[in-house]
Design a protein. Structure first.
Length: 101
């Protein structure tokens, strides 16, 4: 074991949480054997824009579920995703949710 990782026959992913702005997110590596093959960064910080009043709201996206409902803090409108989108981040955010990134 060159890097202290277990030798597995199937590929697996390992993650590191990034906690320093502006890169709040996760960095993921695909591991095959003891070789790192790919590194991707999933951004968790997002800004939702209310389609009703235009208010912008900075939020951290969940990594373990999709957020289907969001209530605008300014106008109180309950927002749901557009048809074909999985969550409010995919519909009204500056970037897609972690599962789509």
């Amino acid at each position: 074991m060159a890097s202290g990782r277990p030798q597995l026959s199937r590929p697996y992913w390992t993650a590191q949480r990034l906690s320093t702005p502006p890169s709040l997110g996760l960095r993921l590596w695909r591991i095959v054997g003891n070789q790192e093959q790919r590194c991707i960064t999933v951004e968790l910080q997002n800004v939702l824009t209310c389609p009703n009043c235009g208010e912008k709201n900075a939020r951290e996206m969940p990594t373990d579920s999709c957020e289907y409902f969001w209530t605008c803090e300014k106008c109180g409108q309950r927002i749901t995703p557009l048809p074909g989108d999985c969550c409010v981040y995919c519909s009204y955010g500056e970037r897609k949710c972690p599962s789509k990134q």
